[in-house]
Ligand binder design. Structure first.
Ligand code: KG4
Ligand code: ZN
Length: 324
């Protein structure tokens, strides 16, 4: 009914990344106003609210605690059920918001500042991780490379913009394959730290030789290899697991090249790709509410002792709920 985002991008911009302590304090500053605005935009009051969904894992614990404390307080005050939500389950639900007829099983590619995962969605609360990053997340790679290229924070949108004016074939960069002990490569896992180091080396070489850095070409080459690697793994995974629908989510799902690569590859293999609008790809409250509504409908509610966790595999989400 409403979707209010209190963005902190401007606040963290001077630091070139999220400063955890600043983020928690800013959550305290913003949360009451955001809640009031959400109710007013939805033209309702607490009588019109069935339950309170809140992200409780994984993430920066200081920030999660602010949301969790607010949610628990409201649940007690207005006598509403509390529904803890796994952040990635929220991102998956952005696709349900956009496509209400979507039904599992399907493959979800989640690419955000903290995650790069290929997840088989089997049902509400039922997830199997098939592939993930072994080091940096895709969004983290975008942010780190943007910092190396002096493009500011957040890096993803900046690289996306400048890459449009660059040559994606200018530099040959590594795709970040994961070797397996028995030989060959992991089909779905990724690594982005080597790619980031390759960009760093190029920046250093240009500086040492006092040559102007071809920023747009580097950004375009970096973005092209990331989009290519993610697309190939996602399509292979969908085909090998017999999943005909791919839903994408997380901030990096807003990337224009990744979106077009995925669409083209999926069409070739007769697969369906669901691309949520940009505002539902990056962090938002609607996706958390949507996941909360699904769980509440099934009688899944969380105890008031629910804790904030910095890490939690998505396969364990049902541990957040009491037995109905
Ligand atoms: O999902 P999200 O909003 O927050 C997390 O849960 O992390 O994702 C934020 C990430 C940042 O790393 C940002 O640089 C990246 O998403 N991002 C993009 C684009 N827009 C945001 N990356 C590539 N291209 C974009 N257009
Ligand atoms: Zn996110």
């Amino acid at each position: 009914m409403s979707n209010i985002v209190a963005s902190q991008i401007e606040i963290h911009h001077p630091y070139g990344g999220v400063v955890p302590e600043v983020a928690s304090r800013q959550h305290v500053e913003s949360i009451n106003a955001a809640i009031a605005q959400a109710l007013s935009q939805a033209q309702t009051d607490w009588d019109g609210i069935d339950g309170i969904a809140v992200t409780c894992a994984p993430g920066l614990v200081g920030s999660l605690l602010v949301g969790l404390t607010a949610a628990k307080t409201l649940a007690i005050l207005y006598n509403k059920p509390l529904i803890g939500i796994h952040h990635l389950e929220g991102h998956i639900h952005a696709s349900y918001l956009q496509n209400p007829d979507l039904t599992p099983p399907f493959l979800s590619l989640l690419v955000s500042g903290g995650h790069t995962s290929l997840i088989k969605v089997e049902g509400c609360g039922q997830y199997q991780t098939l592939g993930q990053t072994r080091d940096d997340a895709a969004g983290e790679a975008f942010d780190k490379v943007a910092r190396l290229l002096d493009l500011g924070y957040p890096g993803g949108p900046a690289i996306d913009r400048i890459a449009k004016t660059g040559n994606p074939h200018a530099f040959l960069l590594p795709e970040g394959k994961i070797s397996l002990p028995e030989g060959g490569f992991h089909p779905y896992d990724s690594s982005f730290s080597g790619l980031k180091t390759a960009v760093l080396r190029l920046v250093q070489t240009h500086q040492q030789q006092e040559i102007d850095l071809p920023v747009a070409d580097l950004a375009a080459s970096f973005q092209a290899i990331v989009a290519q690697a993610l697309t190939r793994r996602t399509i292979d995974c969908a085909l090998n697991y017999g999943l005909s629908t791919i839903a994408i989510g997380g901030g990096v799902a807003a990337n224009s090249l990744l979106r077009s690569h995925l669409l083209r590859a999926a069409e070739k293999h007769h697969l369906q790709v669901l691309l949520p609008p940009l505002a539902l790809c990056t962090d938002n409250a609607a996706m958390i509410a949507c996941a909360g509504a699904e769980h509440l409908q099934r009688g899944h509610t969380s105890p008031l002792t629910l804790a904030a966790l910095s890490r939690m595999p998505i396969s364990q989400v049902m541990e957040l709920y009491q037995q109905p």
